[in-house]
Design a protein around this ligand. Structure first.
Ligand SMILES: [Zn+2]
Length: 79
């Protein structure tokens, strides 16, 4: 079996829905949900899914560039 399960963001806006989707190679919806949750997707008990941006639970990914707003040594430099 090489079924693919795609999670779609169920967030609805006033005139359209969110187009985010997550394509997984999971063999079951449950496995796809688990994979999505690891990536910040929100999976509701009723089966609806929300992408990290819409669920508000987005966590910084290790691969994402982090732009520091404050140099970490700023406070200690003032000593
Ligand atoms: Zn979304």
């Amino acid at each position: 079996m090489s079924a693919r399960v795609t999670l779609h963001c169920d967030r609805l806006f006033e005139y359209s829905g969110c187009a985010s989707q997550l394509i997984t190679d999971a063999r079951s919806v449950e496995a796809a949900h688990a994979a999505g949750e690891r990536l910040g997707w929100l999976v509701r008990p009723d089966g609806t899914t929300y992408c990290p941006r819409c669920s508000g639970s987005a966590r910084p990914r290790p691969a994402a560039a982090v732009i520091p707003l404050h140099p970490p040594t700023k406070e200690t430099d003032r000593a």
